[in-house]
Write a protein that binds this ligand. Structure first.
Ligand code: TXA
Ligand code: MG
Length: 328
């Protein structure tokens, strides 16, 4: 991938090429949403199933009218409060928007990122960008330029904007406002509780039987090695590890607090309290595990409560294929 300026990146997008760019959640890999040929390249580059729709990124709600069929009042309220930021809204799509972007669905997910480089790019190109997370399909998202480059290192025709580490490190919250009642399609940094408090109404969680967000059914966020998450107090976690885990050159442990002597450890957060740093570091850790070709991965999770916990548990459930050991 060639690192370019914002002006060059906008030029390449107009030519139908792909650009990897930073956002405050995770890095995205974008194409002009109006160019179906370019959008198809995203699916190819990621190895992403065609049935998994893409989020469209815009720089201002003013660009909504050409993408959506209607803008409900609840969406106007949410955009005023949370845009630009890590909240994606799902609308009924306009008929002019390509089916390739929405994978044939009648809705479209739209996000207005709050990262100076993403915003500058969107302003420069002056067109909506379809952009999923900048990682190979099924693998952990990239939250640094280095990790994003790693995922696409052998691909030509992809241009790159460096933007350091994403400040949040977890993908946006997705809220469906095209339904009668607002429905949470993906938990994120903006919690269900915060949305309910702000809206003064309940936010629905779709039953797992209803396929409301196709991507949520697929393998996701997973490192190549086998991941086991250990949730409990510091003492219980450490006891479990020393009893059950044999240190080998392919075994790594993501820890909260001090490293465990004799094991190859990566510190996600120095303290048990607060998940912000943990959330920011999670994908860096999982990408690091892949670079090390770790086959056996253990990850500590504290049992303290926070607004961020549902989003983290959602990613960890998928990354570990449900292997979360609760240590009572
Ligand atoms: O933070 C983010 O949202 C990042 C950055 C790059 O903006 N993007 C991101 O995109 O996470 P992606 O493609 O990795 O995840 C988008 C999720 C997928 O699970 C997809 O199935 C779902 O959103 N999605 C997209 N359009 C949808 C729609 N119309 N209805 C339901 N789900 C949709
Ligand atoms: Mg993704």
């Amino acid at each position: 991938m060639t690192t370019v300026s914002i002006a060059r990146a906008a030029e390449e997008l107009r030519k139908g090429n792909l650009v990897v760019f930073p956002t405050e959640t995770v890095y995205g890999i974008g194409a002009l949403a109006g160019n179906s040929k370019a959008v198809k390249k995203i699916f190819q580059a990621k190895g992403r199933p065609q049935k998994n729709p893409l989020i469209v990124h815009i720089s201002s709600p003013r660009e909504l009218s050409k993408l959506v069929a209607e803008i409900p009042e609840i969406a106007k309220k949410l955009m005023k409060k949370y845009w630009p930021g890590p909240l994606t809204l799902c609308f009924k799509k306009s008929s002019s928007l390509s089916h390739f972007v929405t994978a044939g669905l009648s809705t479209v997910c739209i996000r207005c990122p709050d990262h100076p480089i993403a915003r500058a790019l969107l302003k420069k190109v002056a067109e909506p960008l379809a952009a999923p997370s900048a990682n190979l399909s099924g693998r952990p998202s990239a939250t640094t330029g280095e990790d994003a480059k790693h995922h696409f290192k052998n691909r030509k025709g992809i241009f790159f904007l460096e933007g350091g580490a994403s400040s949040l490190g977890l993908e946006s919250t997705i809220l469906d406002v095209s339904t009668k009642k607002p429905t949470l399609l993906r938990p994120g940094v903006i919690s269900k509780e915060a949305l309910e408090k702000f809206l003064g109404q309940k936010v629905i969680i779709p039953s797992s039987k209803r396929i409301s967000s196709p991507g949520q059914l697929l393998k996701h966020y997973a490192p190549k090695g086998k991941l086991i998450v250990l949730q409990g107090s510091l003492g219980k976690r450490r006891k479990w590890i020393t009893h059950h885990v044999r240190p080998t050159s392919k075994t790594v442990i993501g820890v909260i607090g001090k490293p465990i002597s004799g094991y190859d450890c990566w510190i996600l957060s120095p303290s048990e309290k607060g998940y912000q740093l943990y959330g920011k570091n999670l994908y860096r850790f999982l990408n690091w595990c892949d670079e090390k070709m770790a086959t056996s991965i253990f990850l500590e999770l504290s049992s303290s409560h926070s607004d961020l916990l549902p989003a983290l548990l959602n990613r960890l459930q998928k990354a570990s294929r449900g292997r979360i050991v609760m240590l009572p």
